[in-house]
Design a protein around this ligand. Structure first.
Ligand code: ASP
Length: 318
């Protein structure tokens, strides 16, 4: 099998053929999810724990549905309200959970690198559901599947990632994935919202939407991440919408069949016009949500196969 990972911590660890293997399997789960009978016993007997140290609506729900459809026992830990508030360290929490023998641990954490650290301390497969500004691998994979299904391929496409790049783990994971699959990615947004090490990614950067969207196949909008800003990154939301909010005028610079994406949650009237977001001829935002469940099913299926294979070769220590 062309997927050898023990954990899904970031796109940076995946080879292009592993990405393709995962997306091919996810395509099969899309078909399953569209049937009345959506249940399989792929993860039967396994325990999945979702630990979200940061608020999440769609990602947590998506992982929960994915695990349940695969037959796992799924448990959501409300980490905001848990012993973390009482001063327990991340590692203590991980070790406590580990003693309950989970098989899959889905973790979201506000600090970059926290999920990698946790993965080193537990004996199960860990999936990164977003760590700080670092990575959000299942988001990039679901975006890739959405693009592949809409455009019929995932290479040699012109893709613009627009808006608040500097605070976005979605942008980072997408940049890495789309680059690995040999697309031409460009970033569009104000200089104040571009990361300082942008040169390392070898992509074109535009401050102007008209130039940045010219001839692109995919327009990927990002949420303005107010909660990660501690100062004046933009003059005002009104001014930001005027210059960078995606509306029909700005979209007209892209190719006629360009698709519009957004990872959610959306700020309508800030980074995107409501009519564009709802335009079923251009926007694939609802498809992204649908693909999210399928991609998470595929990721957990592949990791569980590797986990079972590893355990079968290794006697359990007593
Ligand atoms: N839901 C995505 C994330 O968790 C995007 C966002 O919050 O803007 O990173």
């Amino acid at each position: 099998m062309a997927f050898r990972q023990k954990h899904l911590l970031g796109i940076e660890h995946l080879r292009p053929e592993e990405i393709t293997t995962l997306l091919d399997l996810a395509d099969q789960y899309v078909d399953l999810n569209r049937q009345d009978m959506k249940h399989t016993d792929t993860l039967h007997g396994l325990t999945q724990i979702n630990m979200f140290f940061e608020n999440s609506t769609r990602t947590q729900a998506s992982f929960e549905i994915a695990g349940k459809r695969l037959g796992a026992d799924v448990m959501n830990m409300a980490m905001q309200a848990s012993s973390i508030k009482k001063g327990e360290t991340l590692i203590d929490t991980a070790l406590t959970l580990n003693a309950m023998h989970p098989d899959l641990l889905v973790v979201r954490h506000p600090h970059s690198g926290a999920v990698d650290l946790l993965a080193q301390k537990v004996n199960c497969a860990v999936l990164n559901a977003g760590d700080g500004k670092h990575e959000h691998p299942t988001q990039a994979l679901l975006d890739a599947l959405t693009i592949r299904r809409a455009k019929g391929r995932l290479h040699r496409l012109n893709i613009a990632i627009c808006g608040d790049v500097s605070h976005s783990r979605v942008a980072r994971s997408n940049l890495i994935l789309l680059g690995k699959m040999e697309n031409r990615v460009r970033l569009v947004g104000p200089a104040t919202l571009m990361p300082s090490q942008i040169g390392e990614f070898g992509v074109e950067v535009y401050e102007d939407m008209e130039e940045g969207l010219k001839d692109v196949d995919v327009v990927m909008m990002l949420r303005l991440q107010r909660e990660r800003m501690d100062g004046g990154f933009i003059p005002s939301e009104r001014e930001y919408y005027h210059r960078y909010g995606l509306d029909a005028d700005k979209l007209s610079f892209a190719k006629d069949d360009a698709i519009v994406m957004h990872p959610g949650p959306m700020n309508r009237g800030v980074e995107i016009d409501g009519d564009i977001a709802d335009d079923i001829n251009r926007s694939v935002i609802q498809d992204q949500v649908e693909m999210g469940v399928a991609v998470r099913m595929a990721a957990m299926d592949l990791l569980a196969r590797n986990l079972r294979a590893e355990r079968a070769n290794k006697p359990v220590e007593v």
